[in-house]
Design a protein around this ligand. Sequence first.
Ligand code: EPU
Length: 340
Amino acid sequence: MQILENQSLKNHNTFGIDAKARYFVEIDSVSTLRSVLQLAHDYPKMFVLSGGSNMLLTGDLNALVLFINNKGIEIVSETDAHVFIRVMAGENWHEMVQWTLERDFGGLENMSLIPGNTGTAPIQNIGAYGVELKDCFVECEAMNVASQEIRSFNKEDCQFGYRDSYFKNEGKGTYIITSVTFQLTKKNHLLNTSYGAIESELNAMKVTLPSIQDVSRAVIAIRQSKLPDPKVLGNSGSFFKNPVVTKEAFETFNNTYPEAPFYKVSDETYKIPAGWLIEQCGFKGKRYGDAGVHTKQALVLVNYGNASGEELLALATRIMEAVAAKFGIAIAPEVNVIRN
Ligand code: EPU
């Protein structure tokens, strides 16, 4: 184990923010993680980093940054119809999804090309095109930061919600996820193509009887057409969550803006796409210095090169204020805004 000092995190966060870590250590195994956590008291504080795809660093980190990079995928058991795979936290999410598709294991295809690593996926119950992580999730293992004991969390323990889980609430800062186990199908795959854009993409691809690999290809094409590649243009996917409002608030909104898209969540709640609200406020494609709003999807903030975390945060604040003033609806960041 090697502890580096004053390490730039530019290549460790998909926004490409050039913040520095006072101390930095790569975690390549569960035993390294245990050893590092035992040294915790020697450092100002600890900060856990993985794919860096869901965070906005607003300054240097006076901390020991733990870069979670433990690798490995194994089949733990299988039946005639299902396979259970255990994936170590540092595995890149999309590469892992491709690994499953190469073996014709179904379940994760709609979540192709989501940036980030597998170990952080349960924290916000990642999702796309009608499927969420929780749909294939069996359990995850996590190390208690204080005691270094490994605990297993089943689906119920994780309390998954829309971009939400136990690890974002009561469990925040207490555990570091070390592996995730998924249940996938080996045959009779359940395809989820009902999300509008997938059907039309499959039609455009002239696919009539889609395989899970076709669904993945369609999702990749849709994402590439709307969402910027972080390697080309710094970003963190959807910067804001779609607001969930009461039926009453929704009805008032819908009467004024009948053209606005919406999703019914339950009899009492409705989700309104934040991207639509932001676009209506005139922000789509706007650029302030190197901080901007993506031209093709207003929910995504982008770094054109040298934007600081503070500049991106100022833009986010401006957007939240404009949406609140125009629609009376509060939108909140989906990404973790890191303040030192
Ligand atoms: N819309 C606009 N203008 C925009 C963007 C969107 O009018 O600039 C409208 C679209 O026309 C559509 C609606 O808003 O009617 C929803 O847009 P879209 O289908 O692109 O999805 P989203 O609600 O913006 C969510 C997730 C994405 C996920 C997609 C597809 C959240 C916060 N975001 O976006 O997740 O890929 O659905 O399932 O829930 C992420 O979390 O990083 C992410 C990219």
